[in-house]
Design a protein around this ligand. Structure first.
Ligand SMILES: Nc1ncnc2c1ncn2[C@@H]1O[C@H](COP(=O)(O)OP(=O)(O)O)[C@@H](O)[C@H]1O
Ligand SMILES: [Mg+2]
Length: 261
C-alpha cells in the first residue's frame, strides 16, 4: 500500500478506513470514522479545492481541512467527514420530489454566498479557457457524455462543441457557484442540507452553471441511468422548487459546457 506523507500519517496513525468508489475524478477516497482523505493528482483543481474549502468555512457547510500535503505529484487532502448521506443515497433517492426540494435548497444556499470578497473566478472567460486546455490536450472523456452531444445532429467532436460555445456565449449573471452540483456532492441529514463536497471548480460564475448540472444529475439519478428509477418523475420539478421559469437556452449551454470537463 502507498505510503502516506509523514504529516498525514502522524494524524491518522493506524486507524482503519473504507474505500469509497463514487467519485468520477479518479481521486482515491479513504473514509475514516470522522475524517476523509482525498488523494488526487496534484493539479490546479486539487489545489483550488483545498483553498476554497478554507475560504468557505463559516459561509457554507463544508468539510474542515485538517491537513494538506503534496508529495510525488499527488495532493493528500485530509478533511472532516460530513454528517448525513449523499442526495443520491438509496435511503434518500426513493422520494424524488423530496430530493428535488433539497437540491433547490442547496442551490439557493450556494448561490447566495456573498461574492464581494471572493477571489475565485469561474465565469465564461475562465471556464472556456480551461475547456480549451482540456480539448487541446485530448482530455475530454467522450465516452462519458450525454449520448446526444456527439451524435448525428449534435457536435462532430469536442473541438466543434468548443467553437460553438465560444461563439454563442450567453449574457452572464454573477453569483457564487459550486461548479459540480451533482447529487453525490451534496449531503442531507434530517430533511435538511448538511454539507457540500468537491469544490475544486467553485467560484464566481453564472448560477445556470449549477442549475444545468443539478438538473441533469437529478434526471440521471431518477430515470434509471444510475440504477434507480422514479416512474413519472420530471427533473424539471427542480425549477418549481427554485421558484423560477428556467431559461432553456442557458440550461442547454451550461450542460454542453460541462461535457468538456
Ligand atoms: N468530507 C467528506 N465527508 C463525507 N463523504 C465524503 C467526503 N469526501 C468525499 N466523500 C465521499 O466520497 C465521494 C467522492 O468524493 P469527491 O470529493 O466528490 O471526489 P470526486 O472528485 O472523485 O467526485 C463523495 O461523493 C462522498 O460520498
Ligand atoms: Mg464528487
Amino acid at each position: 500500500m502507498e505510503r502516506l506523507p509523514e504529516k498525514i500519517r502522524k494524524i491518522l496513525g493506524p486507524t482503519p478506513f473504507e474505500r469509497d468508489g463514487i467519485g468520477m475524478s479518479g481521486a482515491e477516497i479513504r473514509l475514516y470514522p470522522e475524517a476523509v482523505l482525498k488523494i488526487a493528482r496534484d493539479d490546479d483543481t486539487a489545489r483550488r479545492e483545498a483553498d476554497i474549502l478554507a475560504w468557505l468555512r463559516g459561509r457554507l457547510p463544508v468539510p474542515e481541512v485538517l491537513a494538506c500535503a503534496r508529495e510525488g505529484g499527488r495532493q493528500y487532502l485530509l478533511m472532516t467527514r460530513l454528517p448525513g448521506t449523499m442526495l443520491c443515497h438509496s435511503a434518500v433517492i426513493g422520494d424524488a420530489a423530496n430530493v428535488a426540494r433539497l437540491l433547490a435548497r442547496a442551490l439557493e444556499m450556494v448561490n447566495s454566498v456573498n461574492i464581494s470578497d471572493c477571489p475565485y473566478m469561474a465565469g465564461l472567460d475562465v471556464e472556456l479557457a480551461v475547456a480549451r486546455g482540456h480539448v487541446e490536450r485530448g482530455e475530454v472523456d467522450v465516452e462519458n457524455t450525454d449520448p446526444a452531444t456527439f451524435a448525428p445532429g449534435g457536435f462532430r467532436d469536442p473541438e466543434h462543441l468548443l467553437t460553438w460555445l465560444e461563439e454563442n456565449r450567453p449574457r452572464e449573471e454573477a453569483a457564487f457557484t459550486h461548479g459540480d452540483m451533482c447529487l453525490p456532492n451534496v449531503f442531507t441529514e434530517n430533511g435538511a442540507i448538511s454539507g457540500f463536497l468537491d469544490l475544486g471548480g467553485a467560484g464566481v460564475g453564472d448560477p445556470y452553471r449549477d442549475y444545468a448540472i443539478a438538473r441533469r444529475s437529478l434526471r440521471d439519478n431518477t430515470d434509471g441511468h444510475h440504477g434507480h428509477a422514479s416512474p413519472g418523475f420530471d427533473a424539471d420539478a427542480l425549477f418549481k422548487y427554485l421558484g423560477i421559469t428556467p431559461d432553456r437556452e442557458k440550461i442547454r449551454y451550461f450542460a454542453l459546457l460541462d461535457e468538456l470537463f
